[in-house]
Structure formats: C-alpha cells, structure tokens
Design a protein around this ligand. Structure first.
Ligand code: IPE
Ligand code: IPE
Ligand code: MG
Length: 237
C-alpha cells in the first residue's frame, strides 16, 4: 500500500508503455542466489509495477515475459519460468480484483495445455475490467509475429495490391491496440531482442542499468518524466 501513498499524478502520460523485464539472472548472481530466485523477484516486481501503472492511469502496458529465443535456456530454467507464470495466472487477485484487463501476446498455441487454459481463464475473467490493459508477451518474437501475420494475410486471399501497413498491423497479436509510445529496457542492454519490432518503429526508448527486480515505481516515474520532455516529430519538423 505504502508505495501508492505518494502516487504521482502526471498531467499527461504516454498511452502505451512497453517494458523488457531483463536482468533477473544478474540480480540473483550479485546475491549469490540461483537464477530462479531472480525470476521470482522479477515476477514479484512485475506485479508491483503493473499495479502502479494501473494506479497512475496508464492505458496500456506491455511486458516481455518470455521470448521465442528463451527456449535456448536450460530446461530447468524454462520450467521454473513457466511455473512462476502458472502461479501468477492462478491468482486472480493479480488482475481481476485490480480491474486490470490482461491479454497474452505471442505464440500461445505452442505452450502446454494447462497454461493455455489458465491464459484463457485469465483473459475471460478480466475482459470487462476498465483499468489498465496489460499485455504479457509470452513465447513472443517480433519476427515470428510478422511471419504469423503474413501467413494469415495470404490465407485470407487478399490481393497483393490491397495490402498496406494497416493490413499487417491488423494481423499482428497487437491488432487494435495503439503502438507503444515508450519502450523501457533496464539491465544495461541496449537492444530490442526481437520485441515489438513492427510496432516500435516510432517509439521512444529509455535504457537503464537497473536490474529488473530493482526497478521501482520511482524509476517508472523518472522514465515517464524523461519521455514527457521528448519531441516526437515522426519525420516532420
Ligand atoms: C529476464 O531476465 C527474464 C527472461 C528473459 C525470461 P534474464 O533471465 O534474461 O536475466 P539476465 O539477463 O540473465 O540477467
Ligand atoms: C529479452 O531478454 C526477453 C525477456 C526479457 C523476456 P533476454 O535476456 O532474453 O535478451 P538477450 O538474450 O540479452 O538479448
Ligand atoms: Mg537477459
């Protein structure tokens, strides 16, 4: 509760913030803990940041939870991440009671059946929520998403000369959502790692050395304050 006492009120907010929740492993290593402890801390922090984003009135938050490339990790680590996800999904407090609408983006069909069912439930249980729209990118890859979109477009039989940027956008997992205005990557890496590569064409970026489990609401405030000083020109003057 206490973290919300000094809740910031922003005159303006980006409509859509996307976060790459990176640095869990290094956070654990610094403390001589197993990587699993880092993922547990990262997950706890994710819930706190999502709640905070909802409190300040953010409309869309998209977080990167697991990429199509993360399957390269040892099976134990992948299993651990999926178990953390199961726990999150089983606890409706995380979204329903918070009036947060949750949606998963990524190749969900490739996941274990029990997770798919939990995802279905979470999406249905929260579909009437009017607060934050929280997208969780899971088994998500930007290139994979574009390949899926192209397949859908080809299957629908649209003639080539009818295809435009909207056709692509409307066939991505994020169809119907505004593009992210602002992408935050903690952990000291300066790359997108295949995140929202179509949607981020004109996003603003904020990089920081903070490791994800240490990323507090005050850091989100700092990032937003920085965003609000930027001049987005979209190629104009
Ligand atoms: C992000 O933290 C979590 C996932 C990619 C699932 P990492 O596990 O990548 O943490 P680092 O980058 O090794 O510190
Ligand atoms: C990006 O982090 C994916 C998530 C945070 C889920 P990674 O740790 O997988 O990214 P790389 O491998 O450093 O580019
Ligand atoms: Mg990483």
């Amino acid at each position: 509760m206490s973290i919300f006492k000094n809740k910031k009120s922003f005159e303006e907010l980006p409509t859509h913030i996307a976060i790459i929740m990176d640095g869990n492993g290094r956070w654990a290593k610094k403390r001589s803990l197993p990587r699993t402890a880092g993922h547990a801390a990262g997950s706890k922090n994710f819930k706190e940041i999502a709640r905070y984003a909802n409190k300040i009135g953010l409309k869309y938050l998209t977080v990167y939870a697991f990429s199509t490339e993360n399957w390269k990790r040892p099976k134990d680590e992948v299993d651990n991440i999926m178990n953390i996800l199961r726990d999150y999904l089983k606890d409706a407090k995380n979204f329903k009671d918070e009036n947060i609408r949750v949606k998963f983006i990524g190749d969900i069909d490739a996941l274990d059946e029990d997770i798919r069912l939990l995802i279905d439930d979470a999406e249905k249980e929260s579909e009437n929520a009017t607060g934050l729209k929280l997208n969780i990118a899971l088994n998500y890859g930007g290139r994979d998403e574009i390949v899926h979109a192209v397949k859908k477009i080809v299957e629908s039989g649209i003639p080539a000369d009818m295809i435009n940027e909207d056709t692509i956008g409307n066939n991505l997992y994020t169809a119907g959502m505004p593009d992210p205005d602002f992408i935050i990557r903690p952990s000291g890496e300066y790359r997108l790692s295949n995140y929202l590569i179509w949607q981020s064409a004109y996003a603003e970026y904020w990089f920081s050395d903070i490791l994800w489990p240490d990323f507090r609401p005050k850091h989100l405030d700092m990032a937003i304050e920085d965003y609000l000083k930027r001049n987005r020109r979209y190629g104009g003057i």
